[in-house]
Design a protein. Structure first.
Length: 95
């Protein structure tokens, strides 16, 4: 069996998503934390690459991974805004 670069991207992506979920369940990561979100986005992106460049296209899996990426990016942006707002509020309180 020959593994191409897109196959490796898919396997690594699956490992990242599953590892993120395992670490979340083990209380080692927070669901709104940057590392958790990045692991999900990068993992889903790896799976998308394997789907796009693989032999046959699996459209339902592709759409699920794209949704996973969009939700993850939303989580990253939302968390960054919340951290910024909390920092600004803290600056106002200490001033």
């Amino acid at each position: 069996m020959t593994f191409f670069w897109h196959d490796w991207c898919g396997y690594i992506g699956v490992v990242l998503v599953l590892l993120a979920y395992l670490l979340l369940q083990a209380h080692k990561l927070h669901g709104n934390g940057l590392l958790y979100q990045l692991m999900n986005v990068l993992g889903a992106f790896g799976v998308v690459l394997s789907l796009v460049f693989g032999v046959a296209m699996n459209w339902p899996a592709f759409f699920m991974q794209v949704a996973w990426i969009v939700i993850g990016i939303y989580g990253i942006v939302h968390s960054a805004r919340a951290r910024r707002d909390a920092r600004e509020l803290g600056d106002k309180i200490t001033s």
